[in-house]
Design a protein around this ligand. Sequence first.
Ligand code: FES
Length: 107
Amino acid sequence: MLVRVCSLREVPEGGMIRVDLNDKGLLVAKVGGRVYVADVWCTHEEGDLSLGLLEGDIVRCPLHGAMFRLADGSVVEGPEGEPPESIPSLKTYKVKIQEGDIYIEEL
Ligand code: FES
């Protein structure tokens, strides 16, 4: 089942927003025209990733600097320079764009 997240227009190119949906926080990013949706909470200590930095398709947590690749949720760098294996990967969602709106395949 598809769940509408937000309008494509709401997400700036090269930027990201947080969308709260059914008690779940989602991070929505647009990079090079491609849209990514992932959980907004860092898997380390639940930093709000929407307040972090987006560099290409990699988001850096504002709390301790862990980095996640939004394409697949993999950890690029752990908190405070620790190895990627030190924290779980980030949950990402399959995205569909329909008539200017962003959808994911269920929560
Ligand atoms: S909460 Fe994200 S790196 Fe610590």
